[in-house]
Ligand binder design. Structure first.
Ligand SMILES: Nc1ncnc2c1ncn2[C@@H]1O[C@H](COP(=O)(O)OP(=O)(O)O)[C@@H](O)[C@H]1O
Ligand SMILES: [Mg+2]
Length: 269
């Protein structure tokens, strides 16, 4: 007869194993998983993740967007999603807008302004639960909006999500890209792929070239420039759906990402 402790321990092992298998089954239905990452907040990660997602969806791909920026989960706001996702039989059914399926940490906040201060293990549990419970169905691309920097939380996320690679968002100024370089080092230390660098805020005000220089320096593909534009002030839709020039920029980035995925041996739809 096993002791109650032994029984409890066996149950625990069984649960962990079932959880792992469920996550593997879920993720097997997603062809390509891409993280959008940066050294700092405010460089345009969410902007790039959202606009890349709607651009890929507009090309007929099945696209999901997972917001795991625990501290500042802004994807739902930028996508204009107000509905909470559905729960059916303990499963999360993603919200859907502009042809993109969305799950965000913000869905689980009581109000949008609430500060989220979570420690490592809680972040790990939350991510694991997301991965286990979300019914994405079949996807060509899952884009993951990551927290910035090289602290615990992006690290945890990189280790719990089997990613095909990362799009690093940087800025036109070389100096600011020191942080981006640290991020790239972290990705590579974990033996993960840097799909390339996007330069955001290109234009007269901040200049141009930092992203391309960074890409060259770290020997990663340069994926394109995204100009600083007033068009982003209109929050009625993701800007790539409002402004043709922005659409062109993101179409170019999407092509460059697909090319990079192929070079890394990932399946690009
Ligand atoms: N190319 C751009 N032109 C104008 N505004 C931009 C551009 N990229 C981002 N923004 C704005 O800058 C702010 C920060 O961008 P965001 O994507 O939220 O950064 P992050 O996710 O890296 O913190 C947002 O208000 C966004 O609309
Ligand atoms: Mg963000």
């Amino acid at each position: 007869m096993p002791t109650p402790q032994e029984t409890a321990r066996l149950e625990q092992i069984k649960r962990t194993w079932q959880q792992k298998r469920q996550i593997t089954d879920r993720l097997a239905k997603i062809k390509t998983k891409i993280g959008v990452y940066s050294g700092k907040g405010g460089v345009g990660k969410t902007t790039v993740a959202v606009n890349l997602a709607v651009t890929l969806a507009g090309q007929g791909h099945r696209v999901g967007l997972l917001d795991v920026d625990i501290d500042c989960p802004n994807v739902a706001k930028v996508m204009g999603i107000t509905d909470k996702p559905d729960y059916v039989d303990g499963q999360i059914i993603p919200a859907e807008k502009w042809g993109v399926k969305v799950v965000s940490m913000s869905f689980f906040q009581e109000n949008q302004d609430e500060a989220i201060i979570w420690r490592g293990p809680m972040i790990h549990n939350a991510i694991t639960q997301f991965l286990q419970a979300t019914d994405w169905q079949d996807l060509d691309y899952l884009l993951v909006d990551l927290p910035p920097g090289t602290s615990d939380s992006p690290l945890t996320i990189m280790q719990s999500l089997p990613m095909d690679g990362f799009v690093v968002v940087s800025t036109p100024q070389d100096l600011a890209n020191l942080d981006a370089k640290r991020c790239i080092n972290m990705i590579r230390k974990l033996n993960l792929n840097v799909l390339g660098v996007v330069e955001n805020y290109t234009g007269d005000i901040f200049g141009q070239g930092g992203g391309k220089n960074l890409a060259k320096e770290v020997d990663a593909p340069f994926l394109g420039n995204i100009e600083l534009r007033a068009a982003y002030r209109d929050s009625s839709k993701p800007t790539a759906l409002l402004d043709e020039s922005v659409q062109d920029e993101f179409s170019a980035v999407a092509e460059a990402v697909k090319k990079s995925l192929k070079e890394f041996g990932s399946e690009a739809a």
